[in-house]
Structure formats: C-alpha cells, structure tokens
Design a binder for this molecule. Structure first.
Ligand SMILES: [Zn+2]
Length: 481
C-alpha cells in the first residue's frame, strides 16, 4: 500500500514537473523584468562608482561588485578564481580644464577679445590630452592627416610649429581612395606632434573624447560648432562651408587669425591595473560544451574628473543587459549544450583595450568561440537594432522568430557589421575571425553621451527587458542547436 502511494505521488509529481521543465526557458524568460535590470544599471551609474574610468578605484569597485554577482549566480570563473582578468592601462586624471578663444582686435586701438568658453557646452577635455598651458595662434589643418600614399597632406605648405592646430573629425571621402586606416583619432594626434604643434583643438562635439594614446606635452580640447565658427569667421568660412569643401576632396588649411588658450591641470598615470570581468555557464553536452557564445559589453565610462560622468546609457545599460542575461541563464535547471561566456570589458572608452586583451587571450576552456554578441548603449529608446544581423544571420534569425512568437518588441531591424572603422568591443573579436553582432537601441535620444548628463534619468528600462528576453531565449536555442 505504502509503495503504491509512493509510486503514485512520484507519477503525479513528474506530471506536474515535466511541462514546467519543457517550458523552462519560457518560464525563465517571463521572470525577466525591467525593474531588476534597471536596478543593476542604477547601481553601476551611481556616484559610488565614480564614473568607472579604467585604472581608477571607481572602476575597481564596479568590477568587484559585478564579479560578486557572478559568484552569487554560481557562474564559473574563466580566468583565475575571482572572475577578474587583469591587465595594465594608463589613464588621465584631468582635474581642471579652461579654454578661451581670443579674437583679433578690430582696429589698432582695440584690445584682443578674450572669450572664455564653457565646459560641457562649448568644449570638453579629452582622456588622453597632455597637461600644461598654451596660448598661441590657431592654424586650421583640415582633417589633420598626412597620407602620402593617398596623395593627401593637410600639413602641406603650412607651418604649425609652436602653434595650436585645429582639425576636423573624420577623413576625406574621395571615390577610389580608402582612408579607413585614418578613421581613428590617433593619426591626427601623431601628425600634430610630428609637425611640432603646441596644442590641439578637435572639432567634433563638446563631449569628452576617449580613444587615444596619452600625448605628453600636447594640451587639447574637443569642441562643437560654436567654437569652430568663431575660429573660421575672420576668413569668411563657417563649419558648413569648411565641411562641404573638405568633403568634396579639396584640401583646406589656413591660418585662422584667431588665438586660443588651453589650460589643463592634472596628472597622467601609467600602468594602472584594471580588469575585465568574465564568468561562464558551462554547457551540458560533453562535446559541445567546448564551443561558446560570448555576451559582452563595456563596464567602463569617462571617470570622475572634472565631475562624475555616470555613463548610465554608455554603458551601464549594456552592462546591465549582459548581467541580466547571466542571471537569467543561471536560473536554468537544464543548461544548454554549449557554454555561454559573459564578459564585462574594461577600458573600451580609452581604445577597446579590454576587449583587445580578451580577444588576444581567449580561454583554454571553453576553447571554440562561435559568436560574440556585443551590447553597447542598450538603455535609451524603443527599438532594437542588430548590427551584423545581415552579416551573420544565424542568431539574428532565431531572434526574429522568438520575437514573432512572444511579441517582445515591435521594431527590430538588422544590418551589416564590419571591424573596419568599428568603434565598440566586437571589433577585436572580428579581427580574430569570430562572427559578431552588436546591438544598440534606436527610437530614443542620444542625450548626454560622454558628458555628465548621461545619468540614470535618461534610461528607459523596458527596452532592456526586451533585449534580455530576446537574447536569452534566442541564445538558449542557438546554444542548444
Ligand atoms: Zn559605449
């Protein structure tokens, strides 16, 4: 009698449990909610984390907090015991920056007109500029490039020694000429040093500029259109006419007749320790567990100087998405066949350094990366854009099917991806021939990116829930194929 009752209860138990297990990913998906992911985003963007600049204690705190979550969710470390993959970076402690434009006097009786520019409105510091003070004539040098193999030299016939050079963001667009290796900022910085400039004005937007190598002895600022127009006016140009001329392949360099003063106070720290945070869910299949998908995004932001840059959208949001995925996968009782690696990268803003470090030091186990899914700026807007969806459709097509079945997001689109000219953490993985997707959000404003305004108040939590739900179910199916 007792035995029969036991068999019966086991049978009833299994009848209840089996459908639950069969739909386990669906149930976990339904438990993913915007509030939990928003909470992760909020903590990473809090004043406690001091803008998460790689090399500083604010970043260390964020990395250790993330690692503790990975441990609590019972992920396995991939490098060492503590989920941290260390490497060295340099960083700038930019305590104070001042920038003035000095207009020439209208006649001999008048004095030059000194216009103090406003930080975060007219100009911003860079994370790689040198320290000191320079006051000098401003020479405009087009795109600031010397590319003899392409017949282009913005420094031809112009002397900039001891002067402040002003250069426009970007490269010439000339049919049949490939300027892609000059897309990054570094060639402009190197050219300015080579021609012995004493300061540099990058004309782009009044936001903090990240990617570049420390340029000792070259104070610099990045400015928006207002400053550019002040510099161009005495020669009868404005930002529009200058851009139009250069875009059409006409080199344009000239002495502006305007002076400027750049003053920066702070220190450069060489060789500071920083960390990627990496954890994994080991696959359940004895063979296929050696293959893995990486979900990654950068944990760092622009730091605490001269004020804290919370980096809520860029990229506490993508970090929260990757963590939300890690947490969801860790709740599965039945793990997928392939392994899944969750990576939060250091030092993206200072030049994709963390993802480069990981892509060059891939784990011994699991050893076969089959896809990298990058998440950068996943927190503001209403629709999902998947770069690479058209280049590597394997996961993207599953995402579309999952979305159609569960009606998660109303507006998903995809496009191609390339590592050439790319500027987020998928690039170093693509360079190692690993297929990659990079997801970002559309339908919202890119408000305050790389300024102090990128705070938690710009975040729209529902879109992060959509992304985590989509990539969780699609990732599960892809890892199980
Ligand atoms: Zn970013």
């Amino acid at each position: 009698m007792k035995y029969k009752r036991f068999v019966l209860s086991v049978a009833v138990f299994l009848l209840i449990l089996l459908p639950v297990l069969a739909d386990e990913p669906e149930n976990v998906m339904k438990s993913i909610n915007a509030g939990d992911i928003f909470e992760l985003n909020k903590i990473l963007a809090s004043p406690d984390m001091k803008g998460r600049l790689s090399g500083t204690d604010g970043y260390d705190k964020a990395a250790k907090w993330t690692a503790a979550k990975f441990k609590r969710w019972r992920l396995k470390p991939v490098y060492g015991k503590d989920f941290l993959q260390p490497f060295e970076v340099g960083y700038n402690e930019m305590r104070e920056t001042h920038f003035s434009v000095i207009l020439p006097p209208k006649d001999k009786e008048e004095k030059p007109q000194v216009l103090a520019m406003e930080i975060y409105k007219d100009f911003c510091p860079t994370l790689y500029g040198g320290f000191g003070q320079v006051e000098a004539d401003v020479v405009f040098v087009g795109f600031g490039l010397t590319a003899p193999e392409l017949g282009w030299d913005d420094y031809r016939d112009i002397d900039v020694k001891g002067k402040i050079v002003a250069t426009l963001h970007g490269t010439p667009q000339i049919e049949g000429k490939d300027f892609s290796k000059y897309v990054e900022r570094q060639p402009k910085l190197d050219s300015a040093v080579k021609h012995e400039a004493a300061g540099l004005i990058l004309i782009n937007r009044a936001v903090v500029s990240g990617s570049g190598n420390y340029m000792e002895g070259l104070p610099m600022v990045m400015v928006g259109d207002k400053v550019a127009n002040l510099l161009f006016k005495p020669k009868g140009y404005d930002i529009q006419s200058v851009k139009a001329l250069l875009r059409d392949g006409n080199p344009l360099s000239f002495e502006t007749g305007v002076k400027a003063m750049i003053h920066t106070i702070g220190a450069h720290h060489d060789k500071a320790l920083t960390f990627n945070v990496v954890g994994m869910l080991e696959g359940s299949d004895p063979e296929l567990r050696n293959e893995y998908i990486i979900f990654g995004g950068h944990l760092d932001s622009m730091g605490p100087w001269p004020v804290v840059h919370p980096g809520a959208s860029d990229n506490a949001s993508g970090s929260a998405v990757v963590m939300g995925l890690a947490h969801a996968f860790s709740r599965l009782k039945k793990r997928p066949k392939r392994s899944i690696v969750f990576a939060l990268f250091a030092a993206e803003e200072t030049g994709l350094r963390g993802s480069k470090h990981m892509a060059s030091n891939l784990p011994e186990f699991p050893s076969k990366p089959i896809l990298m899914s990058n998440h950068d700026m996943n927190g503001v807007g209403t629709s999902v854009y998947v770069a690479g969806g058209k280049t590597y459709p394997e996961l993207y097509e599953i995402i579309l099917k999952v979305n159609a079945k569960y009606k998660i997001n109303e507006n998903i689109s995809g496009g191609t991806i390339s590592h050439i000219g790319g500027n987020s953490d998928y690039v170093p993985f693509m360079e190692k021939k690993i297929p990659a997707l990079s997801t970002w959000v559309r339908g919202g404003q890119r408000y305050g990116i790389h300024t102090k305004e990128d705070s938690i108040y710009v975040i729209t939590p529902k879109i992060m829930e959509d992304i985590v739900r989509l990539y969780f179910v699609a990732g599960y199916q892809f890892a199980n194929k």
